[in-house]
Design a protein around this ligand. Structure first.
Ligand code: DC
Length: 216
């Protein structure tokens, strides 16, 4: 079974998806982490992010692995190295949309996402899971929340990770990513027609999780 959870940044997708996967004993696949890992590699190798050909070439020679740990966490490996924390740095967050918009890069990630998702029952979170990656997913959800609430959540999440960020930085970043992710040509952020829409603005994590579990 495939459960697709899409929506904009800060809507609560990853927190909720992780809990749902753990409760059901499903694999959790964070597709945003894949684009983040590629962005980290491009920056580390000093690749100009406007140089699409070079990014595509780099992606062809990159190995990304997602490992679900026993305690319900997700570890992200880039060419064998654990980059779980590094990919959450603000610099990556700011630049990831430039990498995620490249058609050939998306095709490579799509293959990986389908391979992982077909290997066992899975919860995938992203932007295009219900529309492009698994249009036949048994269950689709689109999580959303008001902009100010999404910014507040992201701010808290990063502060808890010990990052030195301001709410203004977060708002700017969210605004840019919302625009880039929903207006790009390939697989833009979009609710699938058959996805259940959940506005999480005034809901607790537990309420969102229960609503999803009740709809299965
Ligand atoms: O969910 P996230 O913030 O970790 O995602 C990082 C970026 O990756 C996001 O700004 C858009 C892109 N992304 C995407 O294009 N398609 C996906 N399925 C998941 C993420």
């Amino acid at each position: 079974m495939i459960i697709a959870i899409d929506g904009p940044a800060g809507a609560g997708k990853s927190t909720v998806s992780k809990i749902i996967a753990r409760k059901l004993g499903f694999l959790y696949i964070d597709t945003g982490a894949m684009y983040r890992a590629l962005t980290l590699k491009a920056i580390s190798e000093k690749i100009n992010l406007q140089d699409t050909d070079q990014i595509i070439e780099m992606a062809r020679h990159t190995e990304i692995n997602l490992i679900n740990t026993k305690d319900g966490q997700l570890k992200v490996f880039l060419d064998g190295k654990d980059v779980t924390l590094k990919i959450r740095q603000p610099e990556i967050t700011k630049l990831v949309s430039a990498v995620a918009k490249i058609k050939e890069v998306r095709e490579m990630m799509l293959k990986l996402q389908r391979k992982l998702g077909r290997s066992e029952d899975s919860v995938l979170d992203g932007r295009d899971i219900g529309t492009v990656v698994f249009p036949d997913a048994e269950k689709k959800f689109y999580l959303d929340a008001e902009f100010s609430e999404r910014a507040r959540r992201r701010y808290k999440e990063l502060k808890d990770l010990g990052q030195d960020v301001t709410l203004k930085d977060i708002e700017e970043d969210l605004h840019n990513r919302d625009t880039l992710d929903s207006t790009r040509e390939v697989a833009p952020l979009k609710k699938a027609d058959d996805a259940i829409y959940i506005d999480t603005t005034n809901m607790t994590i537990k309420e969102v999780v229960n609503k999803i579990l009740d709809s299965l």
